[in-house]
Design a protein around this ligand. Sequence first.
Ligand code: ZN
Length: 331
Amino acid sequence: MRDKVVKDDVLDEGAEQLVEPKIRLTERIHRLNVRWPWLKILMVVMLMTMVATGIVMILQRDVGQTVSEETEVNEQEEQSVETENEVVVPDEKGTEPEEDESGATPEGDSETSGVPGAENSGAVNVPQNTGRKIVALTFDDGPSASTTSALLDVLAAKQVKVTFFVLGNMAQRSPALIQREVAEGHEVESHTMSHQNLAKISGAAIQGEVTGVDTVLQEITGSTAKLVRPPYGSINDTVRANIGRPMILWTVDPEDWKYRDAATVRTNVVSKTFDGAIVLMHDIYNTTVEAVGAIIDDLRAAGYEFLTVSEMAAERGVVLQSGYSYGSFRP
Ligand code: ZN
């Protein structure tokens, strides 16, 4: 021991400056050990405590992550359940005629407020399948002095009856066309007086849009409209409360206002039509009138019969109710 100490001392002296701090540090620790022998134990205990705490924290963090991941999964499951429920809801109203899902979108020249949808209630409104394959062609926004008579010629040649949803202010301009439509067996109904978005005007104004057409049609034909097609398919609670008629929407929209091409209009109508569908077109476009002959031929070849809207509702046993909207009579 002693030798070693002496040897160390010699070495230390030889490299005094380099080794001196090491000695000082060792001496200090030694002195600390002598003065406070329990300090070493305390430090070891503190170190162990810190390590232990660190391990616990790491473990807790892992567990926490796992728990939150599980929670997220549960939330996702709940969301998917909610989504399923949302999907199920329309099925519960399965008594309704076709809702807006299969193309009952607002008319093209429109804003998208008030997405159309059939709303009727009670078993009396369940469309009954009578074994016929039927479709209703409807024409809005006329009569037009430049196009409607050509359409009437085609319909007469094909022996097809359709439904015209006429504007009061257009009917005033072409009363003879209204008379011809009625005389040739077509159904003439109301598309309001001036094509306003009914969801954006007052109840009194809505009533005025409806009664205005009644006055015009009464003068021309001797009877009023039984049905109203709200412009743009735009409906809200005020409209429902003030329209005073059943509202007829649509389920097949070839967007003939956008595709001013007879071939496209034909394809769009024929490809989307189903049994009980209401097809929306406009007799104010030449391209639409051009397409109608081929549309009739195609649908007829596919087994369809052409009925007016009121005929189709009656055929399917649907009693049209005031303030409700109908987009199709799919059985
Ligand atoms: Zn319109």
